[in-house]
Design a protein around this ligand. Structure first.
Ligand code: CP
Ligand code: NVA
Length: 360
């Protein structure tokens, strides 16, 4: 990014490498994590995007603002990350996340490498720490799609380059950021708007809860008993909500959740890795299907949302998916713009610090 573009948009490059958290090998980057400022930042302080909690309200605001600018003026940013390299390790399949990260990095002038990790867990062949200390010598940023959230946390802890969560069993932060960009484009400020999430209390629900909390918006999550969101995620969302004025409501009744909502959101009943539970979930979840009858209980202007891939005829009907209310492809498009903003903010920093040998 040229300094004129930086100045025009009021952004400053963050020295993200200098802000990385503890790294046993790279002691030169220890203890340099800056505290998040109370207001929207001039300098981005997050070393990684492992959880939406890393961003907090000011970080979510910064990502969404920059994503909007990048979407409107992509040409201004096409050389922003020239010479930067990113590697992606995916333990699970992907269409949208893989391609939007690859297209996003290319659109900023950088290079992306993809490693299909679906045959074994990332740390199966050697320790995560050893993988991290290899990767940090070669690339500027690591994107992970894993089963375990701990794998992403571990990589962020050990590697001295930024790490992005591209979905784990626990969270899908990039998805929820794209979803709220889509909602803001449709409704403007989300403070007086409500999303009804209906279905499984899964990774996507978790990230929606945290992002909603950061934006001071309202979300009602309706799940079958036993499939509620993770209590720690809910507690964290409520703690953020105390600060932002967000409203977080957990329910079992999908009709109560949807009543008067501005957006109705659903996701797969069986997430990647839960295939063995398919038959049991197929018995439990049908009352949570988003169909025309359920949509009719939302506000007259309500939109339908889904992170995709969708299982048509299960969690949502064709009629709703293909209706004029459906924002599914706008959400998918916004993955690109949001992730470009995240890449820029995490990588917009100065030159890489030299990595030190593990044996030094
Ligand atoms: N929504 C989403 O993350 O899609 P993929 O699994 O195709 O990446
Ligand atoms: N909850 C889904 C999201 C897919 C993008 C899964 O984890 O499979």
């Amino acid at each position: 990014m040229s300094s004129s573009v930086t100045a025009r948009y009021g952004l400053q490059r963050a020295d993200s490498h200098a802000q990385k958290k503890e790294s046993k090998v790279n002691s030169h980057v220890q203890n340099r994590t800056a505290a998040a400022p109370a207001r929207a930042p001039q300098v981005f302080w997050c070393p990684d995007l492992v959880s939406t909690r890393d961003l907090g309200p000011a970080g979510v605001d910064a990502v969404l603002n920059l994503a909007g600018i990048m979407k409107a003026r992509p040409v201004d940013f096409r050389k922003a990350l020239i010479g930067r390299q990113m590697v992606m390790f995916f333990e699970k399949p992907s269409l949208r996340t893989r391609l939007t990260f690859e297209a996003g990095m290319a659109g900023l002038g950088g290079t992306a490498m993809f490693v299909d990790q679906t045959h074994e867990r990332l740390d199966a062949r050697e320790t995560l720490s050893d993988v991290a200390h290899n990767l940090e010598r070669w690339v500027d940023l690591i994107v992970l799609r894993t089963f375990s959230q701990q794998t992403i946390e571990g990589m962020a802890k050990h590697a001295c380059v930024p790490v992005i969560n591209a979905l784990s069993d626990l969270e899908h932060p990039c998805q929820a950021l794209a979803d709220y960009l889509t909602l803001i484009e449709r409704f403007g400020d989300m403070k007086n708007r409500s999303v009804a999430y209906v279905g499984d209390g899964n990774n996507v629900a978790h990230s929606l809860l945290l992002t909603c909390a950061c934006l001071g918006s309202s979300i009602r999550v309706a799940t079958p008993p036993g499939y509620a969101p993770d209590p720690q995620i809910v507690a964290d969302a409520r703690e953020i909500a105390d600060e932002t004025g967000a409203e977080i409501v957990l329910l079992n009744d999908p009709h109560e959740a949807v009543k008067g909502a501005d957006a109705v959101y659903t996701d797969a009943w069986v997430s990647m890795g839960q295939e063995k539970e398919e038959a049991e979930r197929a018995r439990i979840f049908p009352p949570y299907q988003v169909n025309a009858e359920l949509m009719a209980e939302a506000a007259p202007h309500a939109v339908f949302m889904h992170c995709l891939p969708a299982h048509r005829g299960l969690e949502v009907t064709d009629e709703v998916m293909d209706s004029e209310r459906s924002l599914i492809f706008e959400q998918a498009e916004n993955r690109l713009h949001v992730q470009k903003a995240i890449l820029y903010l995490l990588l917009g920093g100065g030159d890489r610090l030299p990595a030190r040998s593990a044996h030094a």
